[in-house]
Write a new protein. Sequence first.
Length: 455
Amino acid sequence: MSLVEGMAPGLVSEPLAARMRPETLDEFVGQDDLVGEGKILRQMIENDRIPSMILWGPPGVGKTTLANVIARATKAEFVNFSAVTSGIKEIKEIMARAEEGRRLGGRTVLFVDEIHRFNKAQQDAFLPYVEQGSITLIGATTENPSFEVNSALLSRSKVFVLKSLSEDDLVVLLRRAISSERGFGKLGVEVSDESLRKIAVFSNGDARNALGTLETAVANADMSKGHPEITEDVLAACISRKALMYDKTGEEHYNIISALHKSMRNSDPDAAVYWLARMLEGGEDPLYIARRCIRFASEDVGLADPNALLLATTVWDACHNLGVPECNVHLTQIVVYLALAPKSNAMEKAYIRAARDAQLKMAEPVPLHIRNAPTRLMKELDYGKGYTYAHDTDEKIARMSCLPESLAGRRYYEPSGLGAEARMKARLKAVRDWREGATDTPPFSTAAYGAQPKA
């Protein structure tokens, strides 16, 4: 059975994202602060009083779609212009037609997709026509307009910031694509709500990505029931992120480096030195072993003994400068040191926890209060508003959160309490207690976590 047999005529050659592009504001999903009922941009569009504007946001959030909605709503001539395929010659031709239209009482709305791709001279070509009202310019960009759009042009335009779509927004779009005749409505696609949410999370706020992933899943769907079914296996194949394999081959190579690692981790210096000798006598590159020791120094020792990383990197330098057999003793030194060092895998666990959130949760924007604001526009958008410079406080620490709102209070680093990490654990507890208001004792004081041991 061909999946295209049930598709709407004339649409099968278009990508799903193009077929499902909203045509009216009522179909538009997301950006409620701009196009929700009674909001400023919606009123401008409905009243056909569009100013020159810059639509700024990440890919797949509705910039081009908004331009298409405006094109359908405005009584002005709408010109779609690409910064990728057009130059100054084409700009001047369109500007001449727009100026002639203005003299005859008409209006021209010019949409420039990816306006950041225009250089300064090309952007300057728009300026006089925007100033005299020959055109209303709508520019779309994924780049910060403070840096990518000429200041003169920017000062004559209203900047609207579009945000990544939420998980719920993307699920709405995906369900619409499943049921709409412009999408897969005639195919009877079977897919669970959980699968749609997985696609939404995987798409990271990008509607085009979400619809593209759905289209791929439908194209590879299980047809055993006579209609497309997006099973867990089909979905996993569409959204998997498989890590690349290490390029060396040979099982024994991996077996012995694993034995070395586990011997050091288990504080067994005798076994560690034996497996080290097996590798070196077998012709292994000493720099490879040194690199593994550097990794071990943070992965398995960490802040329980901060000197471990320093010694490991020093041994790598020695191996690089001396080579075998002279560096064998240096590798023996670091292997024994790491085997007898206090152990903590808190560094690895902290990163794994953070990476899991980064992969499984939608990428949220950096909170406004910890963003830099080098331009006036960014200050007007509240970049840096509410930021507390820690050095200006008596405690040298602020109670503000630096995580995205949905992750507020999340804890990634949990010290083991062994070796030097015992001090880190006490210090971290003092910081967290003070920040959460459990104590008024300044966290970086002797009273908070005890005196530092003497060197």
